[in-house]
Design a binder for this molecule. Structure first.
Ligand code: GAP
Length: 497
């Protein structure tokens, strides 16, 4: 897969109603996306599966008994002091660079610079994902015959300030148009109430986990939860990303699925391994093979301010291939959040263990994943080119994730076929998301179902009238078999389990 594949995926998502640019008729708005009729089904399927695996039927713990996890749904806007305590007001910053010529803004840690090894001439800045062929062709044009091997590579945020005058920005023609990196807070803010003064300033949450920490005491006081236990939440998060990119991968409004697992400090290594294993199983169960995942033990210097250890579960997104990019982070957050919120709010957030008669602040392990980023991974993984079929491509979703589990197709719009198809549809729609598609020739209808990833098509034809059997067409193999109409529900049920 390549960057071109990504373009094809984006086009399919729009053509078939998965994902549209937000405000499309106004020309869009960078970093914001809308989910169409099929996209919202896919997103809900992934969300529901996560919620089921976490909250409804949590995994079996190392001692053989089910672990305990409860859910919350907290407000997007919280008391702004919360974001001072979490470190987001002071520290949620990215180093940013503006280009005076192109008027573009870049994250300094996403740009590298090629500096001439001989110290002579101009340096060139590139996006960190730039293709080698583009790098060479730009150098050929502007660097007097030099090739990439004549340069040293350095990240832009590490380049000394005095050198900025000799750098040509990624989209510029003249050197010296890049500003030095400046800090830029990524939280969106608003004003609560009528007055727009600093005292009314509030923030849209940049991560969902804060609402969990703020409710730790409420949950412990109001339920029978006992450490170790978890609190889960799914919801929107907002970050004014400097360079939203790669379709929905990095957007400014997105959804997260986060679990905060509260345990004793001594048990952190055991639970950390437990969660890495559980989360890997989850991604495999929804259709991402382990071979497409990579587990990055994040280097000490790259850890978030709250974490002493993080494993990033990375997926081979087409724009990163043959490399990987982050799908989920599993972080040991220590007691950072409860301690900070205790200090800033003045409310004790310790846990009292009645059995051991001791008070302590639990440590936290946090598997945090992007729901919308997960949707992108499912689409990329499902995208399968097959020149032999009319659609040229099909989406090989794991049946449980597919937006439509089955399509019911009368072979023709003839009077005899349609009522039988309607009968089957009325029976199935009680249990699954199914399509009834009557018009157009059958080849076109199969092509549409292939492109939206429907695993099974059931076709009513003349034989159905005499023996009540329908053909079942398998999306992946295109093989067709006959099956009795009465067996269709069981057939689908068995395969989406
Ligand atoms: N509470 C921890 C936290 O938010 P993070 O690594 O910043 O950690 C967790 O985010 C996950 O949220 C990421 O692994 C990614 O899946 C998703 N995510 C973060 N920023 C995103 C963005 N701008 N667009 C889409 N998904 C994003």
């Amino acid at each position: 897969m390549s960057a071109d594949t990504m373009k094809d995926i984006v086009a399919l998502c729009k053509r078939r109603g998965f994902i549209f640019p937000a405000s499309d008729i106004y020309g869009g708005i960078n970093g914001f996306w809308d989910y169409g009729p099929l996209g919202v089904e896919l997103k809900n399927n992934l969300r529901d599966r996560w919620w089921k695996d976490m909250v409804v039927t949590p995994p079996i713990g190392p001692d053989g008994a089910p672990i305990e996890i409860v859910g919350v749904d907290s407000s997007i806007i919280q008391n702004p002091r919360c974001w001072e305590a979490s470190g987001h007001v002071g520290g949620f910053n990215d180093p940013m660079v503006d280009c005076k010529e192109s008027k573009k803004r870049y994250r300094a840690d996403h740009v590298f610079v090629l500096i001439p090894k001989d110290g002579q001439g101009t340096s060139f800045a590139f996006d960190k994902d730039a293709e080698q062929s583009d790098i060479e062709s730009r150098l050929k044009k502007f660097a007097k015959g030099k090739s990439a091997s004549d340069f040293e590579k350095e990240m832009l945020d590490k380049v000394p300030a005095k050198m900025f005058a000799s750098i040509i920005g990624p989209d510029a023609k003249e050197p010296g148009t890049l500003t030095e990196p400046r800090q830029f807070n990524m939280m969106f803010h608003t004003y609560v109430g009528a007055a727009a003064g600093d005292e009314n300033k509030a923030y849209l949450r940049p991560e969902t986990c804060a609402g969990i920490f703020l409710n730790f005491k409420n949950v412990v006081d109001s339920s029978r939860t006992r450490v170790p236990f978890g609190i889960a939440q799914i919801g929107k998060a907002f970050r004014n990303e400097v360079t939203p990119r790669n379709f929905i991968f990095r957007s400014r409004e997105f959804e997260q699925m986060e679990l905060e697992w509260f345990c004793e400090e001594e048990e952190v290594p055991m639970w950390f391994d437990f969660w890495v294993e559980q989360r890997t199983k989850f991604w495999e169960a929804v259709g991402i093979p382990k071979a497409e995942l990579h587990f990055l033990d994040v280097a000490k210097e790259d850890l978030a301010h709250y974490s002493s250890r993080t494993i990033d579960v990375e997926y081979r997104f087409p724009f990163a291939a043959p490399g990987f990019d982050e799908l989920e982070g599993i972080a040991h957050r220590g007691s950072f959040d409860l301690t900070q919120h205790e200090q800033f709010s003045g409310t004790k957030l310790e846990y009292f263990d009645q059995a051991a008669n001791k008070r302590f602040t639990p440590h936290v392990i946090e598997p945090s994943t992007g729901l919308t980023r997960g949707v992108l991974a499912l689409i990329c993984q499902a995208y399968t080119v097959d020149e032999s079929r009319p659609s040229g491509v099909y989406l090989n979703f794991q049946p449980g994730m597919a937006p439509k589990k089955a399509a019911i197709l009368p072979l023709t719009a003839k009077e005899e076929h349609v009522p039988l198809a309607q009968k089957l549809y009325m029976d199935l729609r009680e249990d699954f998301a199914v399509d009834l598609d009557i018009k157009q020739n059958i080849g076109k209808r199969y092509a549409r179902q292939d492109e939206i990833g429907t695993p099974y098509c059931f076709t009513v034809d003349n034989d159905t009238i005499s023996d009540q059997t329908v053909t079942v067409r398998d999306r992946n193999t295109m093989a067709q078999n006959r099956i009795h109409m009465d067996k269709v529900k069981e057939f689908v049920k068995d395969r989406i389990r």
